[in-house]
Design a protein around this ligand. Sequence first.
Ligand code: SIN
Length: 487
Amino acid sequence: MGFSLSDPSLLRGQAFINGEWVDAKSRAEFPVFNPANGEIISHVADVGEHEAQNAIEAAQISMQDWKLKSPTERSNVLQHWHDLIIEYADDLASILTLEQGKPLAEAKGEILYGASYLKWFAEEAKRIYGDILPSAQDRRSFVIKQPVGVVVAITPWNFPNAMITRKVAPALAAGCAIVLKPAPETPLSALALAELAIRAGVPAGVFNVLPCLKAEEVGEVLTASSIVKKLTFTGSTPVGKLLLRQCADTVKRTSMELGGNAPVIVFNDADIDLAVAGALASKFRNSGQTCICANRLLVQEGIYDRFLAKFTQAIKEFRLGDGFDAKTTLGPVITEKALDGIGSVVTGALDQGARLVVGGKPAESDGWFYEPTVLADVQADMDIFSKEIFGPVAPVIKFKTDAEAIAMANDTSFGLASYIYTQDISRIWQVSEALEYGMVGVNETAISSELIPFGGVKESGHGREGSKYGLDDYLETKYICMGGLNA
Ligand code: SIN
C-alpha cells in the first residue's frame, strides 16, 4: 500500500503555458492535500491575471497553425496522447487517488474512461463534415464547420482526469486551442496530463494549464477576454450561473455541465437485486461525489421494505479507507468543508423527521470520511429532497403511483441524470419520456461513456459531451452562398 510512480516526472508543480513549465510571477503557491489523511502532498504554482493573459495569447497564436493541420495530423496527436495515458495509467491513477481519494481501482477506471475521450475524438476529428444544401438554379449553398476559437475549460475535482479529456479532446479535434483551469483541490492530475501532452506532440500553446487557488481573479480574466470564444464548465449550478453572467458581455459560446438531483425510481415490478446493485453503484461511486449520483431513491410501496433491507445490508459490506489500500471500497470526501456540509444535510433531514437506518456520522479518522448512510421515510417537503448531497448519503422515499413518482422526480430545478427500474416496456417508455432529464438509465445506472451524449436540461446546464454530438459544442456552422452561376 502507498504512493509510488514509475515515472516521477509526471508529478509537476508549475503552471503549463505555451509549452513551458512556469512559476507564478508572484511566486505564490498553494498546498494540495491528501483527503485520506489531511496531509499536504505538495505545493503548486498559484497563478493570476498575468499568467491567464499569457495563456490566452499563447492559445490564440498556436491555434492559427493547429486549425490548419490536416484532420489526420490532429487525430494522430490525440491518438498518441491517448496511448501515453494508457501506458502511464497506473501512475496517473496513483496521482489521482493521492489528491482526490477515490480507491485506486476506481481511479484507474477513471483514467481509462478519460483516455476513451481522446481515442473517440481522435477518430471524430476525421469526420467533421459539412453539407451541400438544396439551392436555386443560380446559386449553390454550402455549410462548412469551423473551430469555434480559443476555448477555456474549467473543470471539477471529482473527476480530475476524465472531465478534462472530455473537454480538451473535442476542442483539439475541432482545431481549437484551450486554456484549462483545473480545480484547486486536484491540480496534479491536470499537470500530469500536460506532461503527457508534450510527449504526444501537442504543439506549444494549444493546451495550457492554469492552477490557481482562488478562481475569481483568473476566472474574470478568462471570461472577460474577447479572444476567448467559448467557455466549457463542469461544476456547481451557482458557479455556472455566475460564469454565464460573466460570459454575457462578450457573448461567448458556453457549455455547462452543472449540478444534479438524480432520482432512482424503483417500481414494484423491478428486478430488486438489479435495482439494489444499480442504486448502490450509482450512489456510492466516488463516495457519492458525482453530478449523476443517485440523489433520491424513490421506491414504490410494494417493494419498499424489501429494497431498504437489501440496500442497507449491502452497505454494511463497504470498507471505508485510504484509496491505496486494496481492501478499500469507499474513499474519503474531498475536504473537511465537504465533510461538514454532508453532516449538516443529514442532521437537517433527521430534524425534519427522516429515519436513520445506518451511518449518520463522520468516521473516526484523520482524513475526511463520512460513513455510508441510509435515511428512510424521507418526504418531498424535507430540505434533503431538493439538495444535491455530494456525499455517501442515500435518502429513500416511498411512493404509490407512477404519476406520483414522475411528479416527485421532476420536482427539482435540476435535470441531469435519472434512472428507472421496471420490467414493464410500456412503463419504460412512458416514464422515460415524462422525465425532465438529459439522461435516463433504464435498469442501468452505469450510463457514462465516450459513446453517449452526456448533459442536462433545466438548471443542470446545456451542451453535450462525448458521442458524435460532443464535437458540435466546439464548431461553428458557416453558411456559404455561391451565386451568379447562370450569369
Ligand atoms: C460528473 O460527475 O459530472 C461526471 C460523471 C460521469 O462522467 O460519469
